[in-house]
Structure formats: structure tokens, C-alpha cells
Unconditional design. Structure first.
Length: 327
């Protein structure tokens, strides 16, 4: 049995995206008979208990393994070289292309300018590079949803709000305030937060008062995305999840690492970019909400473009590359 250790963290500052996508990789590796362990630090807002409930124990220090998978913006070549004695192979998941890596396999699923060449000087010549949307990391629920897409018309009757697991810039509360002042009517509104959202109790109380559907740390996001007509969201991994199921959306940039991806996705017509969170106000969201009924064509085109960009042909093709590395 091959042993795999995944080094990733979640916190109120880091967010939950790294750990959540690594969970998808962990589940796939487990199906192939691998022993998978996580190595996460006990930061505020961590997901250690959540990951344990998913069936994966957490380490506190380095151990020998056949493969280390590193998904962490704070880790680069120095850490990887230091831990080479513990790992037969090293895989890195990155989005930034802003630091060198000592790894055998690198995965960056994002569509950005020059995505096919931007790691050429950052990894060893022997490193296998899995780049672009054909290597999207998708949970089973999204793969299933992709096979049962519904016809969209551009009309927005059902709205989905999700700003990532932690929502570090408190965008959900901005949108909830905007909804009180919009002239647009929605048949149903779903709000999704993660356990790491420090405002989740306040958000839940507001949702109950206004009869808005509230969801916390769920495993049926793809279903909600299927049912929604439009989503107000953040950049990052969920941008591609929305695109994958054809859900048109706006995107607020809430972290530095989301800037290039969100700008380029908007340039390609796959997302409605609202800009950097500090410039996105309650009025920004009011204007967005009020404009939805008169932008049916744009909304429909976003759905079509998102589906086109995320047409992976073979879902989770990266698993075959990882198993080849382990062989």
C-alpha cells in the first residue's frame, strides 16, 4: 500500500480552499488503495476535525511516505528540499507561479495568461506539469452534476451566495444588506458559509428572520449550484466549480491570489468581475442585483462560456498522473 501525506492548512485567514480540494484528491487516492494522511497545523479556523470525520487522520510532524502532496502558498523550494529525505516523490499544487519548487509533479488547474509556460523556470526539468482546466480538481458531486445540466434562460429567480468557507472580508453581510434595498425579487435565496466563518451565527440569524435558506459546511454544493440561476461569489476554486456546472456568477476578489484568475476569467466572459473587495460596497451589490433582470443575454453567455472553458473530457485526469508517479 502506497503512503501519501498531504501538507495543507485551513484557517480564518488562509481560507478552506486548499484543504477542500486536497480532500478530493485524498478520496480518489483512497479508492486506488493508498493510505492517505493529512498534515495540518491547528490554526484558528482549521479543518482538522472535519477532515478526520471524512476518514483521514492528521499528523503533527514529518513521516516517511511514498508521496508528499503540498498545497500551501507559504511553502516553496526550501521546505521541499528539507523534506526530500522523507518523501520518495513530491507533488505541488499551486496557483501563483511566484516561487521555485523542488517537486516531481506540479498541478495548477487555473486558466491565466501564459499558463502553459509560467512554471518553466520554477520547477526542475524533470518535473511533470499538469496545467490548465483539463486538470480541474472536482468533487464527485460536481462530476455528477455536469452530466445532468439543466437548460438556462438567463432569467434569475433563484440566487446563491457563497464567498468561500471563511469569507474573510465579510462579503455575505454586505450582500444581505444590499438585498434589503434591491428592487429585484428572487423566489429563493440560498446562503452558504463554512465552519470557519466567524460571522456565521449572525448570518444565520439574519437568514432565519428573512426566510432565506441558510447552509453551513455542506456536502451538496453542486446541487445548490445546479438549482441556482445566478451566484454572487468570490474568486478562487469556486469560480471553476460554478463554471463547471454552467452557473453564471459575479466574483469579488477577496485575496491576492485570486486577482489574475478572476481578471482573466472575466476577460474571457466566464464571470462578472466586481473587483477588489475594498472597492466593492453595499451599493456595488445593489447595482448588481438591480441589473440582473436586464442582462439575461450576458448571464446566458457566461453560463455557456464557463461550460466551454471547463470541458475537461476526462474528469479528474490528474489521478492517473499521480498513480503513474507512485508506480
Amino acid at each position: 500500500m502506497k503512503k501519501v501525506i498531504i501538507r495543507a492548512d485551513a484557517s480564518t485567514q488562509i481560507g478552506s480552499g486548499h484543504v477542500m480540494r486536497c480532500l478530493t484528491i485524498a478520496r480518489n487516492l483512497k479508492r486506488y488503495g493508498c493510505e492517505v494522511l493529512f498534515w495540518m497545523e491547528p490554526l484558528q479556523g482549521n479543518l482538522i476535525d472535519y477532515v478526520k470525520k471524512q476518514g483521514f487522520d492528521n499528523l503533527q510532524q514529518a513521516e516517511q511516505a511514498d508521496l508528499y502532496i503540498i498545497d500551501h502558498y507559504g511553502i516553496g523550494e526550501e521546505w521541499e528540499r528539507k523534506h526530500r529525505p522523507y518523501a520518495k516523490k513530491i507533488m505541488v499544487i499551486d496557483d501563483l507561479a511566484n516561487r521555485p519548487h523542488d517537486c516531481d509533479l506540479l498541478l495548477d488547474q487555473n486558466v491565466v495568461p501564459n499558463y502553459e509556460s509560467r512554471y518553466d523556470e520554477l520547477v526542475p526539468n524533470y518535473c511533470i506539469k499538469l496545467l490548465g482546466p483539463k486538470f480541474l480538481i472536482m468533487r464527485d458531486e460536481f462530476i455528477e452534476a455536469r452530466q445532468h445540466l439543466r437548460m438556462r434562460t438567463g432569467e434569475v429567480n433563484r440566487l446563491l451566495l457563497f464567498m468561500g468557507g471563511t469569507d474573510p472580508t465579510n462579503e455575505i453581510l454586505k450582500v444581505l444588506q444590499a438585498l434589503e434595498k434591491t428592487s429585484t425579487f428572487f423566489e429563493q435565496i440560498d446562503v452558504v458559509v463554512g465552519n470557519g466563518n466567524i460571522h456565521k451565527e449572525e448570518i444565520e440569524q439574519i437568514c432565519r428572520k428573512r426566510k432565506i435558506h441558510y447552509h453551513c459546511q455542506i456536502d451538496y454544493m453542486a446541487k445548490l449550484m445546479q438549482q441556482a440561476d445566478f451566484s454572487i461569489g468570490a474568486g478562487g476554486l469556486t469560480t471553476w466549480e460554478r463554471c463547471y456546472v454552467g452557473l453564471p456568477s459575479s466574483s469579488t476578489i477577496v485575496a491576492d491570489n485570486q486577482f489574475v484568475t478572476t481578471e482573466y476569467a472575466a476577460e474571457l466572459g466566464a464571470v462578472w468581475n466586481l473587483g477588489w473587495h475594498e472597492q466593492v460596497t453595499i451599493d456595488t451589490y445593489i447595482q448588481l442585483l438591480n441589473s440582473l433582470p436586464i442582462n439575461k443575454e450576458r448571464i446566458l453567455q457566461m453560463s455557456e462560456k464557463g461550460l466551454f472553458l471547463t470541458d475537461t473530457k476526462v474528469p479528474n485526469a490528474w489521478i492517473n498522473e499521480i498513480m503513474e508517479l507512485l508506480s
